[in-house]
Design a protein around this ligand. Structure first.
Ligand code: NAP
Length: 338
């Protein structure tokens, strides 16, 4: 059975996912697209030679009879509105991260999904599908390193997004680490403090960049995460776990060293699109398969989206207060343990 997908938001990741769902994955096709940016939506239909209908209104797209499932890839503060509308229509929905920028907005989605009586939401946290993270988790779970003690993370972007704000470094960027480390460590979060070193001349005046986020987990692991969004030199994701008996870290992306003119060099990534390209494919295929099966068993749930937002809210409070902020994680409802 081919799943007919409608996509709301045809910006950077929307275009990537449209290509993926229409041309790469099995059993899926894109039949409907929407964006408030009319030029962007026209361009994607032409460039990707889509046989999709263009909708002027995302809500009309959700209601369309030939749309089996919805992808929400508009910017973060628009996600809640469209995910709630998809749930109202009882349609499966893949929502890019963050599920919504605040825990309060995410809770509305959790409540609406619970009311539906079945899981219909998958959130776009793709890192648990990445082969590097999967290999790292296997090592940690084997206990060969003993217990994890310290995690060093780096999340550097090469961006020129004009609407970026200081809190987006948390709820749009660091949210990836928040999600993946819960899964990787099998742990949850206790408290957080955020530090702002000297501001980079690359960063817009109003954005606090870089930032250092220190998170303490319930099992007393300390996460030291360096965030630098406007690097102008690399897209770089690192994760190193220091255990009682050894250290394990994410592998570097493949890059061929070239010896020439008296030096050895290799390219580094500057674009997020290629770093996790395989993980996006597996993640979206899982969504299509979940929809086909009529049961969501793989991928981040709305509860994962909410849990990440609870931690992100505390990080944003810590950005403002400069103090250690407690992360109060509510217990997971049985609905999400089924
Ligand atoms: P983007 O390039 O700015 O694209 C967002 C698109 O949504 C724009 O075309 C925008 O139009 C449109 N839009 C805004 N409001 C809308 C509305 N009410 N209805 C329909 N369309 C609307 O942003 P992006 O980089 O693709 O990011 C989109 C989402 O994906 C964000 O939540 C981001 O965090 C997430 N993302 C995830 C990953 C990942 O690794 N998983 C990577 C990148 C992005 P205008 O341009 O006119 O505003």
């Amino acid at each position: 059975m081919t799943i007919r997908i409608g996509v709301i938001g045809t910006g950077a990741i929307g275009r990537e996912h449209i290509h993926r769902c229409d041309k790469v994955l099995q059993n899926s096709t894109v039949v409907a697209v929407n964006d408030i940016n009319v030029e962007a939506v026209d361009q994607v239909v032409k460039e990707q030679k889509l046989k999709a209908k263009i909708y002027a209104d995302g809500h009309e797209l959700i209601k369309a009879n030939d749309v089996d499932a919805v992808l929400v890839t508009a910017i973060g503060d628009k996600h809640e509105e469209f995910v709630l509308a998809a749930l109202e229509a009882k349609k499966p929905v893949f929502c890019e991260k963050p599920m919504a920028p605040t825990a309060e907005a995410c809770k509305h989605i959790v409540d609406a999904e619970t009311k539906c009586g079945k899981r219909l939401v998958q959130v776009g946290f793709m890192r648990p599908f990445d082969l590097g993270y999967l290999a790292l988790k296997k090592i940690l779970d084997s206990k060969t390193l003993g217990e994890p003690l310290i995690v060093n993370c780096r999340h550097f972007n090469y961006t020129n997004v004009s609407y970026y704000t200081t809190d987006m470094a948390i709820n749009d960027t660091f949210i990836h680490e928040i999600d993946v480390l819960r899964w990787l460590l099998g742990d949850d979060y206790e408290s957080v403090q955020v530090f702002f070193p000297r501001r980079s001349c690359n960063s817009p005046e109003k954005v606090g960049d870089p930032q250092i986020v220190i998170v303490r987990t319930k099992k007393n692991v300390i996460v030291n995460a360096q965030l630098y969004v406007f690097t102008k030199y690399a897209y770089d994701v690192q994760c190193e776990v220091i255990g009682e008996h050894g250290i394990a870290a994410l592998p570097e992306p493949v890059a061929i060293p070239v010896l020439k003119d008296g030096q050895i060099s290799h390219p580094v990534l500057i674009d997020w699109k290629t770093r996790f390209i395989d993980a996006y494919d597996v993640e979206l295929q899982a969504f299509v398969d979940n929809v086909s099966a009529g049961k969501f068993t793989v991928g981040a749930s709305a509860w994962d989206g909410y849990a990440a937002a609870v931690a992100a809210d505390a990080c944003v409070r810590a950005q403002k207060s400069g103090k250690v902020e407690t992360i109060e994680m509510p217990p997971k409802p049985s609905f999400y343990n089924k």
